[in-house]
Design a protein around this ligand. Structure first.
Ligand code: PEP
Ligand code: MN
Length: 339
């Protein structure tokens, strides 16, 4: 931690800050400049609150140098995490993995039709909500376990893996027999009880960035999963809430290279929720792969105009085919290939 004292700080104030840091277990290195004193504090426990120092008299700025997370930090596994799935597909390696499907599973016909299209186009995962986190309690809430059964059948028929969202602890045992990966949605990124339970699961988890979460908060949520013993974690940028209203969310493409530098975990991008508009999904999907994403999560519907949720951001199957064609050109330019 670096503590820059105010220029006007008195020697007494500086000494009080030093005493406080030493009391917290830090070793303090003092640098006394002509105008300003800077204190370098090293070696204490990680879980301290920098505001305890910021509020002391005479303190100008405080910067944390060591990261508050450790298991998710790149230094824990400099070579990067590669997650292996049952059918040999890996996420986090050379290949970019495409996960596609409807926002919600709505019927057998719907999910089989979409599974066929996305599989033929080259997707490796079938996505689809069984339990839906809807802003309104009157909106479609998902088909529950019936949806999971249908997804598993459709995925097996078309050689796909299954990813679906888990919203609460009681759903974990219901979902485990059907899915290959569990998705934690944006609204639950800081549901720490859910994260703790998923930390005990031995199934990959895709953790989506919260609607107003910083990158550090997302990494700390991933730390909950890893601290519980689940090292098979994927992160996902899905857009954050900003002052811009043209798009549903603002897709933070910069989060991709930032997370790839800070963490060893695979980073997926969701341009569907990231933009909320069908015509913006392909450009943002292309940008995400160019920026180094390890995979995409894309909403595709056989009949988006009739979709029970997120129709406006769901691609028509033909649009998905076109996007896959473009991604196959972009991936090699950044040293990757589409799985
Ligand atoms: C979803 O993937 O359908 C979903 C609800 O996403 P998010 O949690 O990012 O809103
Ligand atoms: Mn959706």
């Amino acid at each position: 931690m670096i503590v820059a004292m105010q220029e006007a700080a008195s020697e007494e104030q500086i000494q009080k800050v030093i005493e406080r840091l030493v009391g917290m277990g830090f070793e303090v290195h003092r640098s006394t400049g002509a105008r300003q004193t800077v204190l370098g504090a090293v070696g204490a426990r990680r879980e301290f609150d920098i505001r305890d120092i910021e509020v002391l008299a005479g303190v100008g700025e405080v910067h944390r140098v060591s990261s508050p997370y450790k298991l998710v930090a790149r230094s824990f596994r400099p070579e990067g995490t590669v997650i292996r799935f049952a059918n040999g597909i890996t996420v986090g390696g050379d290949e970019v993995v495409i996960m596609a499907g409807p926002c919600s599973v709505e019927s057998k016909e719907q999910i089989f039709s979409i599974a066929e299209s996305v599989s033929k186009a080259g997707a490796k995962f079938l996505r689809g909500g069984a339990f839906k986190p809807r802003s309104s309690p009157y909106s479609f809430q998902g088909m529950g376990e019936d949806a999971l059964k249908l997804m598993r059948e459709a995925a097996d028929r078309w050689n796909l893996l299954v990813i679906s969202e888990v919203m609460e602890i009681s759903q974990i045992p219901v979902m485990l027999p059907y899915v290959d990966a569990l998705q934690v949605g944006a609204r639950n990124m800081q549901n720490f009880n859910l994260l703790r339970e998923l930390g005990k699961a031995r199934k990959p988890v895709l953790l989506k960035r919260g609607i107003a979460a910083t990158i550090e908060e997302m990494l700390l949520s991933a730390e909950y999963l890893m601290a519980g013993g689940n090292y098979q974690v994927m992160l996902c940028e899905r857009g954050i809430r900003t002052f811009e209203t043209y798009t549903r969310n603002t897709m933070d493409i910069s989060a991709i290279p930032i997370v790839k530098k800070l963490s060893h975990l695979p980073m997926i991008a969701d341009p569907s929720h990231g933009t909320g508009r069908r015509d913006k999904v392909a450009p943002m999907g292309r940008a995400a792969v160019a920026a180094g994403a390890d995979g995409l999560l894309v909403e595709v519907h056989n009949c988006p105009d009739k979709a029970l949720s997120d129709g406006a951001q769901s691609l028509y199957p033909e649009q998905f085919i076109e996007l896959m064609t473009q991604l196959r050109i972009i991936a090699p330019a950044v040293g990757r290939r589409i799985a």
